[in-house]
Design a protein around this ligand. Structure first.
Ligand code: ADP
Length: 256
């Protein structure tokens, strides 16, 4: 039973004051975070809406006299509304992951990785190498683990050329379990390796800008990885490209 004692000494009062201040700072940071999120999200949604409205107005003004503008504008409206739909789905994912309280259960990660790899192999434009150790288990949530792997494969496919293989691997070392997705694509500059996990962050390079994306994928992955009590980091592949690695401490060593 916790007991409540009234602080009496100056030192106790000082400590209590300090704890209270820390709590306030934390609350403020959270609020600021949320404000930033809402402002980023609104900004991202404003762009497609403006484009849709602009094209509607174009059709209205010029559609009768110049019917040839109509199909092109409709195609654009279609694409932009689809982009908005994806964006909103991703934002919902993020806010759900924010609130998720989940129980982790034993998962056969080898099975999950192999199954997804085999499923996605024919749909990727690059060859996919699978290197999966058998019987690797973690405590996790199957759906989230799948979502993480699919998102990383999707990025590897988006940000690397068609003739360079992607690899999906799972291994168990003396003290940990490592799941990795490696590509031979553009790679990620060192000074942006942390930032890519932030919401809406995209590497500022021409090829990233040409490729469709919202910068939310890795923020979602990051949260899902945390919820599954693992860690994610990104390193350079050789001679080019990136390796995204998710690491769990070996479950049998966790409590030792
Ligand atoms: P999106 O792909 O929608 O932009 P992500 O959050 O998934 O958003 O990724 C954030 C950014 O990180 C991307 O815009 C891209 O610049 C970079 N990135 C992600 N994965 C890779 C990769 N495999 N290779 C190179 N750059 C990547």
């Amino acid at each position: 039973q916790p007991t409540l004692t009234v602080p009496t000494s100056p030192e106790e009062i000082h400590n209590l004051g300090q704890a209270f201040n820390e709590l306030l700072t934390l609350q403020n940071q959270r609020l600021q975070h949320e404000r930033q999120f809402i402002s980023d999200a609104s900004h991202e949604l404003r762009t497609p809406i403006a484009a849709i409205r602009g094209n509607l107005s174009l059709i209205r003004r010029r559609g009768d006299a110049h019917p040839e503008v109509v199909p092109e504008s409709l195609k654009f409206i279609d694409e932009e509304s689809l982009r908005m739909q994806h964006l909103i789905e991703n934002l919902l994912h993020l806010s759900r992951a924010d609130r998720a309280q989940l129980t982790l259960t034993d998962q056969d990660l080898s099975f999950i990785v192999l199954q997804l790899g085999e499923h996605y192999q024919p749909t990727l434009k690059q060859p996919l190498n699978l290197d999966v150790a058998p019987n690797v288990h973690v405590a996790g949530n199957a759906e989230m683990l799948q979502q993480i792997i699919v998102a990383l494969l999707d990025n590897a496919q988006k940000y690397s050329p068609a003739d360079q293989p992607i690899s999906l691997s799972l291994k168990q070392t003396a003290d940990r379990i490592e799941l990795a997705v490696a590509d031979h694509g553009f790679g990620i500059p060192d000074d942006q390796k942390q930032a890519i996990f932030q919401r809406f962050y995209r590497v500022d390079q021409s090829h990233s800008q040409e490729i469709e994306g919202s910068g939310l994928g890795l923020a979602i992955v990051h949260q899902l990885v945390q919820l599954n009590q693992a860690q994610i980091n990104v390193t350079d592949n050789q001679p080019t490209g990136s390796i995204f690695t998710i690491t769990w401490p070996r479950p049998d060593l966790k409590n030792k």
